[in-house]
Write a protein of this length. Structure first.
Ligand code: ZN
Length: 153
C-alpha cells in the first residue's frame, strides 16, 4: 500500500487539522522562538549576573514547555477520534476569534473617527453609541432601547 493511502486510512474517522490546531501550531512556534531569545539573553548574563541568568533560564524552560505543550495538544486534536468534541472546541475558538476581531475593528474605527465623533454609552442599557463632536447640546436617542437624553457634544 502506498504511504499516501496508508496515511488517508489512518486519518479516517479522526478530526484532522482545523483552525484551532493551526492556531496552536503558530502559537507554539512563536513560544519556541521566544524561548530561543530567552536562552540567548540568559547566556549573555552568564558569569556577570547569576540571578538574571537563572531568571532567563527559567523563562526559557517555561516558554519552551508551553510551546511543546501546544504542539502536543495540536497533534492530539488532529488524531482525536472524538470528532464532535473537537469540532465543538473549534467552533468556540472561531467564535472567540471573531469576537476579538470585531472588538479590534471597533477600536480602529473609533481611532479613525476620533476628531469627528465621540463614543458614549447609553445611561439606561449601556449600549455604545456614536455621536458627533462639537455640535453643542444634542439630544441623543439610543438605537437599542430608545432612551432619550441630552449631552454636550
Ligand atoms: Zn439604551
Amino acid at each position: 500500500m502506498h504511504l499516501r493511502e496508508r496515511l488517508l486510512r489512518f486519518m479516517q474517522g479522526r478530526n484532522g487539522v482545523d483552525e484551532l490546531s493551526r492556531f496552536c501550531n503558530g502559537a507554539g512556534l512563536a513560544l519556541i522562538l521566544l524561548a530561543l531569545v530567552f536562552t540567548i539573553i540568559s547566556s549573555g548574563f552568564a558569569g556577570r549576573s547569576d540571578t538574571a541568568a537563572l531568571v532567563f533560564r527559567i523563562l526559557y524552560w517555561v516558554t519552551y514547555a508551553c510551546g511543546i505543550g501546544l504542539f502536543v495538544y495540536s497533534l492530539f486534536r488532529s488524531f482525536s477520534r472524538s470528532v464532535y468534541k473537537r469540532q465543538a472546541e473549534n467552533t468556540r475558538f472561531l467564535y472567540r476569534k471573531n469576537q476579538i476581531r470585531r472588538k479590534w475593528e471597533g477600536l480602529k474605527e473609533r481611532w479613525r473617527n476620533r476628531k469627528t465623533h465621540r463614543y458614549i454609552r447609553c445611561p439606561k442599557c449601556h449600549q455604545q453609541l456614536r455621536v458627533p463632536r462639537n455640535k453643542g447640546k444634542i439630544r441623543v436617542t439610543c438605537a437599542k432601547c430608545g432612551e432619550k437624553f441630552i449631552i454636550q457634544s
